[in-house]
Design a protein around this ligand. Structure first.
Ligand SMILES: [Cu+2]
Length: 200
């Protein structure tokens, strides 16, 4: 298997697996217990029910364990979110413009493209704005997504670790051709990128 295309992939995938894993264990455990109780405690003829008022040990358990689980989900989610939002100051900046129904990219030297070109192993900061309605910038392979809101600049950052072409999609319904609003990010080696970037 090839390396993950950005460092965010592993932490986002870990949080995803962690939450889904816990949910599956709980779903199976609760369903099995429920079915078992249906048979064990079904009402039998002549049975006198016992009135149980409370059980401190049980109540403490079902408060403490779920609280720890939920807090741990928050912790892993928050630390990976912080990692994604922590964009180095010296990042290579690209201005992203979204409009119905395409993205365009403008670089600091004035170059403009419909496909996003970025150098390998270099932190990139996307400064995004919309010319019309709300859109969202999504690179599934990098596990990053952010809204692009009219009248406001939002941003995203990543450092590509693997050469390749990756899809960019609009992830906010923005009208008739929303489903066709795709672009591509091309990650290329630094020397090749510089060649392309400095070509008039
Ligand atoms: Cu859109």
């Amino acid at each position: 298997m090839s390396q993950a295309p950005t460092v965010h992939v592993e932490s986002v995938d870990f949080v995803m697996l962690y939450i889904v894993g816990i949910s599956v264990i709980l779903l199976l455990g609760i369903t099995a217990t429920m079915i078992y109780f249906v048979f064990k405690y079904n009402r039998k003829k002549g049975h006198q029910p016992v009135d149980i008022e409370h059980n401190t040990a049980l109540e403490v358990t079902w408060i403490v364990i779920p609280t720890i689980l939920v807090l741990s989900m928050f912790y892993f989610g928050y630390t990976s979110f912080r990692e994604i939002r922590n964009i180095p100051e010296n990042s290579f900046k690209v201005e992203v413009t979204a409009r119905m129904w395409k993205f365009s990219f403008k670089y600091e030297n004035g170059k403009q493209t419909d496909t996003l070109y970025v150098p390998l192993n270099t932190p990139v900061k996307l400064e995004m704005h919309s010319q019309d309605v709300n859109h969202a910038f999504y690179i599934p392979a990098f596990r990053i997504k952010e809204d692009i809101i009219n009248g406001k600049t939002t941003y995203l950052g990543f450092t590509a670790k693997e050469i390749g072409d990756y899809d960019i999609a609009c992830a906010e319904y923005c009208g008739l051709n929303h489903s066709a609003m795709y672009s591509m990010v091309k990650v290329i080696p630094k020397d090749k990128f510089d060649q392309w970037y400095n070509k008039k």
